[in-house]
Write a protein that binds this ligand. Structure first.
Ligand code: GCU
Length: 688
């Protein structure tokens, strides 16, 4: 694979002459000096990345040897090395931590140089990618002075890849790791992927699906560990630690025991031994990711134990080796009776895990989906953020567009994630954002961060829809620095991916930023979710999940729609938040329009803050959304000739499909609610 789309945000397109000369890039970048006596692995990676990136952008490969005494050059190394010592002070070294870096230009009598220094070689690698990003986007570097570090320790991608090569909820081809029950062995591709990850600061990857089936259970068995080790070594070159999803019933399925009871000494011993063997093969193995007692996966409930017992069992096995357990909170009753209106799936994670706060070992992290349901187009934030105060936690997002158009529709998710990350839980008064809860800052937790379900596969452009690369990129950047705005990230990504033509930058940037609102308009109104076809979850089906066992209802009848989740008359879910957000959601007056039907069941004639009735809002947004989806096609066409044919055509054909499917959504949803409510569209538009 070689196309422009394959290179993603590491295209390193040749820069214009004026750019190079105006910024004096060539004079700084002619030589890369590596601090002496340092051959740490990641420094070699950083040097290679700089050399290749610079060669590609400036047309001349920098020399990779030289001394730091005179001339002009880039200087890379750890801050303890002879060459970089003295360039920073103790406070700065402290500020950048294990993974941060300084990037600073020095002009001295005999020499001028840009230092890229970290306390560790990993920091240096991130610094190198930062510099490359600046060059690619044409930033001045003359007075460079950056002191940076990631906001959180764990910045992780979860793959839902199965060993047969399929990817659960994958929309970009097959797995890049597995095929037909074994590793695929395309290590070059894995390395290219690791580069893309490291360039946006990601440092952890779980390579197999959280639904761990029979073959995948064997990933921790002796026969597959050598291949696991091989994969880990490729990621290691880029500072990324490998994790595996494990099956809680492994002691039975793999170990031949009769039980997987977390309190049984034989089970504990089995995990300790197996885990020690994993570390013999992969000394820096990250740890286990676990989906237990969820959607038919085995777990501690079978033995009358709770999630803390289950997680701590694995924590004990991993602790001697420095590994961690990432235990998912996606636990709910998936065999609910739709007639039962008391049970509310939205409550489940909090009801299960809040009582266990403080009972998890120090090397356990709970992984919490952004919303209480399941990656819908719009959901409130999980009340576990702010609810858990003595437990490490990680925010789980979904980059793969399961419910947001399956990479056939354009849906830039960073604005959605930003809303979750910036949400104020009020757990310790105003300013207690989800970002601070997830990083661990809010309650001073030792571990924390961000994880997201991958959207990549073996497609030539990685993500199926070329513009869906922006979501992967955006996740990495946000995990590094949650305060970046969706606009900044979009702008940066477009420049890296398509170059700096102002028209291209403005047009694609706008398309990205408009896309989630457009998608929301023609799909699910006012916080109602699940109006999709069962199983594959693509396309409109208003009652697709209405009479099912999955706890996913909108309760539309001829009078109204929505789920009453208030404390006063509903399921009480709104009461799981702290005072301020709880009060906001409890009353239909203060509940924001976009989540109104998530929290309230209301008549179609209810007047929104926008001044429109609910039914008219449904009609208006569906007509508008479908029209805007058409508009995206026209907007894209105007870029014809400014983008290479491969990517231009590929995006165009997807936008055309999207426009067609948006019309289908519009007509199905409008027709359904018109028939249910008997209320016509105030503007007399076509409803069937
Ligand atoms: C969703 C998705 C499943 C997945 C599950 C999970 O429900 O549809 O395919 O296994 O999330 O996050 O575990």
């Amino acid at each position: 694979p070689a196309g422009e789309a394959y290179k993603a945000w590491l295209r390193y397109a040749r820069l214009d002459r004026e750019f190079i000369e105006g910024n004096g890039y060539a004079s700084w970048c002619g030589t890369v000096v590596t601090a002496s006596a340092e051959d740490a692995a990641l420094l070699a990676t950083a040097r290679r990345e700089l050399a290749e990136g610079i060669e590609s952008m400036l047309g001349r490969r920098p020399q990779e040897s030289g001394n730091a005494d005179e001339g002009s050059f880039l200087l890379i190394g750890t801050l303890g090395s002879a060459e970089l010592q003295g360039l920073t002070d103790a406070a700065e070294r402290e500020a950048i931590g294990d993974e941060g870096y300084i990037l600073r230009a020095f002009e001295q009598p005999m020499r001028r140089f840009i230092a890229i220094g970290g306390n560790t070689d990993k920091g240096v690698l991130y610094g190198a990618f930062h510099l490359l990003r600046l060059l690619q986007t044409g930033q001045p570097i003359r007075d460079l002075n950056v002191v940076d570090r990631p906001a959180s320790k764990l910045r992780m991608i979860d793959h839902w890849d199965n060993m047969d090569g399929s990817v659960e909820r994958g929309y970009a081809g097959r797995s890049i790791f597995f095929r037909e029950g074994d590793f695929l062995g395309d290590w070059d591709r894995v390395r290219d992927y690791a580069r893309l990850m490291a360039a946006v600061g990601l440092n952890a990857v779980a390579i197999n699906n959280v639904n761990v089936h029979e073959t995948e259970t064997r990933l921790i068995a002796p026969e597959l560990l050598p291949s696991v080790a091989r994969a880990a070594s490729v990621f290691r070159e880029y500072g990324i630690r490998l994790y595996l999803s494990v099956n809680f019933a492994s002691p039975i399925q793999l170990g031949g025991l009769t039980t997987a009871d977390p309190l049984d000494p034989r089970v504990r011993e089995w995990w300790a031994e197996r885990t020690a063997d994993v570390y013999r093969h992969v000394p820096d193995f990250g740890g286990y990711l676990v989906k237990a007692d969820s959607e038919f996966r085995p777990g501690p409930f079978t033995y009358g134990r709770d999630h803390a017992d289950g997680a701590n069992l694995l924590a004990e096995a991993l602790r001697p080796h420095g590994g961690i357990v990432i235990w998912r909170c996606f636990v709910y009753d998936c065999q609910q009776d739709w007639r039962d209106r008391k049970t509310d799936r939205a409550r489940a994670a909090y009801d299960h895990f809040r009582p266990l706060d403080g009972k998890f070992d120090e090397n356990v992290i709970l992984q919490i989906k952004n919303g209480p349901m399941d990656f819908q187009v719009r959901e409130p934030v999980s009340p576990l953020f702010g609810g858990l105060q003595r437990t490490n936690q990680v925010l789980e997002l979904q980059i793969t567009q399961e419910y947001t158009g399956q990479q056939r529709h354009l849906c830039y998710l960073v604005p959605q994630w930003k809303e979750a990350i910036d949400f104020d839980t009020y757990a310790k008064g105003p300013g207690s954002t989800v970002a601070k809860a997830a990083t661990g800052e809010l309650f001073d937790r030792p571990l924390g961060g961000f994880a997201a379900v991958s959207n990549i596969g073996d497609d030539g452009n990685w993500t199926g829809h070329p513009l869906a690369q922006a979501n992967f990129y955006g996740f990495g950047r946000l995990a590094w620095r949650p305060e970046l705005s969706a606009e900044q990230i979009a702008d940066e990504w477009v420049r890296l991916t398509f170059g700096s033509d102002p028209d291209v930058v403005a047009t694609i940037g706008r398309m990205l930023l408009d896309s989630w609102p457009i998608y929301e308009k023609y799909t699910s109104p006012l916080g109602v979710g699940w109006m999709v076809n069962p199983n594959h979850h693509y396309g409109p089906n208003v009652d697709g999940y209405e009479y099912s066992m999955w706890g996913t209802y909108h309760y539309a009848d001829c009078h109204g729609i929505g789920v009453d989740r208030t404390v006063r008359t509903g399921t009480g879910y709104a009461g799981q938040y702290h005072d301020a957000p709880a009060a906001m959601y409890e009353s239909a007056e203060s509940c924001p329009d976009e989540l109104l039907l998530f929290f309230h069941h209301l008549p179609y004639s209810h007047v929104l803050k926008s001044g429109r009735t609910i039914i008219q809002h449904i009609y208006d947004t569906h007509f508008e959304g479908a029209e805007q989806a058409e508009g995206l096609v026209e907007t894209w066409r105007r870029l014809s000739g400014k983008i290479d044919a491969e990517r231009y055509e590929s995006v165009l054909s997807r936008l055309e499909q999207q426009a067609k499917h948006a019309a289908e959504w519009r007509d199905v949803v409008n027709t359904y609610f018109c028939r249910k409510s008997g209320i016509p569209d105030a503007h007399g538009r076509q409803i069937y």
